[in-house]
Design a protein around this ligand. Structure first.
Ligand code: 5GP
Length: 114
């Protein structure tokens, strides 16, 4: 079964895509938790951070450089932003296709709620 995000990448499910290349797609989160909330998703369907392989290092780095460029383009680089990868149950992961959250556009408060 393709993941929800694979279906977005394949354009079977609509999303507001803000960047796409052969290795990653970035689109706006359907339920934004901040004025800017973008998900950077690798084309390769890696389920969780636990499943990242040594050979994925360049891909993971690319996710971060895309997020950096998007932060600049969205005008949040100077004030700052947060990059998050949730993993499994305690991390609050909902979609089991690795993704990097780019959040910003307002002060984001404490890193973890008590
Ligand atoms: P996670 O909790 O797995 O780290 O994050 C999953 C994110 O995917 C959530 O922030 C959620 O709002 C977002 N999301 C879930 N379904 C959809 C969808 O169909 N479209 C988009 N654009 N985002 C989604």
């Amino acid at each position: 079964m393709p993941t929800l995000f694979e279906r977005i990448l394949n354009k079977e499910i609509p999303a507001t895509i803000v960047h796409q290349d052969e290795r990653v797609t970035a689109f706006r989160d359907i339920q934004p938790r901040a004025p800017v909330h973008i998900l950077v998703v690798p084309t390769k369907p890696i389920p969780t951070a636990n499943d990242i392989e040594d050979g994925d290092e360049a891909l993971i780095g690319h996710m971060f450089t895309v997020a950096r460029d998007l932060a600049r383009r969205e005008g949040i680089a100077e004030d700052g932003y947060r990059l998050i990868i949730n993993c499994n149950k305690h991390g609050g992961q909902e979609v089991y296709h690795l993704h990097l959250h780019l959040l910003g556009g307002k002060p984001l408060g404490p890193m973890v709620s008590a």
